[in-house]
Design a protein around this ligand. Structure first.
Ligand SMILES: [Zn+2]
Length: 430
C-alpha cells in the first residue's frame, strides 16, 4: 500500500471516560423467533467505477489523510492519492471533512432470532453481521443488503442453556439451540450445520448463576431455571471442535464463568463469544491468551456483570505481552439485545478503548478498536480482505462527517453506506 507516510496521529483524543455501569437489565428481548427479519431486495448493479475522496481514510489498518479510494463494481480496486487514481475513473464523490472506512463487522448478533430489521442495521454502519445463535441460514447479502453469516442454532446439553431460558422446545435447526446427548450426535449436528452454510460452530458452556448476566433475568413469564444447568462433556466439546476443524470451521463458545472457560480451553475452542461475565481465574485467562483464543467483546450489553471490566483489563494486558499468539479482542455488541443499538455501538467501542488501553490512551489503542471491528473481524470470519480497503476487498464502505477517531458516536449515524459498491445511504450532496 502506498501513502503510509501520511498517517494521522489522532493526538487530541476527546474521548471522555464515562464507565457507565449501565442499567443492563432486561437485556434480552424475547423475540418470537419466527425468523422473519426483513431484508431488502436491492440487486441493482453497482457502477463500473467510482472514486471516493475524504480528508481521512481508514483502510482497516491505518488512518491516512487526503486519500482516495477507487471502487470498481463491487470491489475495492486501489487506495492512493486522487491525482494517482483520477485517470482511471470519471465518476467521483468528494466527501471533504469526513472519514471514510470499511463497513463495520458485528461478530455477535441475533438478528434472525430477535427479528431485527437488517436494513436498519446496514444503514447504521454495519455491513456484515455474524448471527451467533438462531435459525441456520446460508450466507447471503453483501450486494446492497446486509451481509449475514449464520452460526445456526447453538449446540448445547439436553436441558441446558440456551433452550432452557429462551424456549424453543426440544430445539432444532430453526431454533436458538440444538441439544446433543452423545459424541456421535454432536458430530452429526456439526456436519449438518456445516452443510447448511454455518459460518462458525457455536456451543454453549453455561451453567448459569453469574450475577448481572442477562441470561439470569426472567424472560417473559418464565422464571430463571434452577442452576447449575447441565453442560456438554469435555469429550463432546473435543469431538465438536475436531469435527468442525476437519470441516474447516472454527468453534466459538458462549461462556460466562470459570467452569465454562476451563471446558472451552481444554476442548481447544477457538473463540469466546463473550468476554466472560463473572471474574475468571487469571491462570485461565492467561491460558486463553497462550492458546490464541479470540474474544468477542460484548462489554456494553454485559455491563451489569460483576467481572467483565476486570476480565477485559486483564486479558488486554496479557494479550499485549503475548501478541504473537494471535489472541485478540473482536468487536461484538449483541445486536438483538434491547440495550444496544441496531448498528454500530459507540459505547461498545468506548468501553473497549478505555478498558484495553492500560496507562493512558494513545493512537495505537484507538486504531486497535477500529481494527477489531474491521480488518481483525474480517480475518476472524475467514473472508478474504473483508473489513479492509485493499485491492479485491468487497466494496463495503462507510463514511461520517467529521472525525470518529475522536468521537465514536458519529459512527452510529453514518453519512454514507456502500454495500458491494451500491450506495445505500448518502447524506453528501455532491
Ligand atoms: Zn448472544
Amino acid at each position: 500500500m502506498k501513502n503510509r507516510n501520511r498517517l494521522i496521529e489522532p493526538a487530541r483524543l476527546a474521548l471522555v471516560l464515562i464507565l457507565s455501569q449501565g442499567l443492563a437489565m432486561n437485556a434480552v428481548a424475547h423475540g418470537t423467533g419466527d425468523g422473519s427479519s426483513t431484508a431488502s431486495t436491492k440487486t441493482k448493479k453497482p457502477p463500473r467505477c467510482r472514486i471516493y475522496t475524504a480528508d481521512r481514510v481508514f483502510d482497516g489498518f491505518e488512518l491516512l489523510s487526503d486519500a482516495a479510494v477507487l471502487v470498481k463494481k463491487d470491489k475495492i480496486a486501489e487506495v492512493g492519492t486522487f491525482d494517482e487514481l483520477k485517470k482511471q475513473c470519471s465518476k467521483r464523490k468528494h466527501l471533504g471533512d469526513a472519514t471514510l472506512m470499511p463497513g463495520f463487522i458485528e461478530s455477535h448478533a441475533h438478528l434472525t432470532f430477535q427479528n431485527v430489521n437488517s436494513d436498519i442495521v446496514l444503514k447504521h454502519g454495519i455491513t456484515t453481521v455474524r448471527d451467533t445463535g438462531g435459525p441456520l441460514l446460508a450466507p447471503f447479502g453483501g450486494e446492497g443488503q446486509l451481509r449475514i453469516l449464520s452460526a445456526g442454532p447453538i449446540i448445547q446439553a439436553p436441558g441446558g442453556y440456551p433452550l432452557n431460558v429462551f424456549g424453543g422446545g426440544s430445539g432444532g435447526y430453526d431454533q436458538i439451540g440444538i441439544p446433543v446427548g452423545t459424541v456421535q450426535e454432536a458430530e452429526e449436528v456439526v456436519q449438518q450445520l456445516a452443510d447448511g452454510g454455518a459460518a462458525v460452530i457455536k456451543i454453549a458452556l453455561e451453567p448459569g448463576g453469574e450475577s448481572g448476566a442477562p441470561w439470569m433475568e426472567p424472560h417473559g413469564d418464565q422464571p430463571v431455571p434452577a442452576t447449575p444447568w447441565p453442560l456438554l462433556s469435555l469429550e463432546t466439546v473435543q469431538a465438536i471442535v475436531a469435527k468442525a476443524h476437519a470441516l474447516g470451521k472454527r468453534v466459538t463458545a458462549h461462556i460466562g464463568e470459570n467452569t465454562g472457560a476451563q471446558l472451552a480451553l481444554e476442548g481447544q475452542v477457538d473463540e469466546w463469544a463473550h468476554t466472560p461475565c463473572a471474574a475468571i481465574d487469571e491462570d485461565l485467562l492467561q491460558q486463553a491468551v497462550d492458546q490464541g483464543v479470540k474474544v468477542v467483546t460484548t462489554i456494553d450489553t454485559l455491563g451489569s456483570c460483576s467481572g467483565i471490566y476486570d476480565n477485559v483489563r486483564k486479558l488486554a494486558g496479557m494479550m499485549a505481552l503475548a501478541s504473537d499468539t494471535g489472541s485478540e479482542f473482536i468487536y461484538g455488541s449483541e445486536i438483538g439485545h434491547d440495550n444496544v443499538p441496531w448498528g454500530v455501538n459507540g459505547q461498545e467501542m468506548h468501553l473497549m478503548l478505555h478498558l484495553t488501553s492500560g496507562d493512558g490512551i494513545d493512537a495505537a489503542d484507538v486504531l486497535n478498536v477500529f481494527k477489531a471491528a474491521t480488518s481483525g473481524a474480517g480475518e476472524n470470519l475467514g473472508i478474504d480482505k473483508l473489513g479492509t480497503l485493499t485491492p479485491n476487498a468487497p466494496a463495503d464502505l462507510i463514511a461520517v462527517k467529521g472525525n470518529p477517531f475522536e468521537r465514536f458516536k458519529l459512527l452510529e449515524y453514518p453519512d454514507l453506506v456502500v454495500s458491494g459498491g451500491r450506495i445505500v445511504v448518502n447524506n453528501f450532496k455532491k
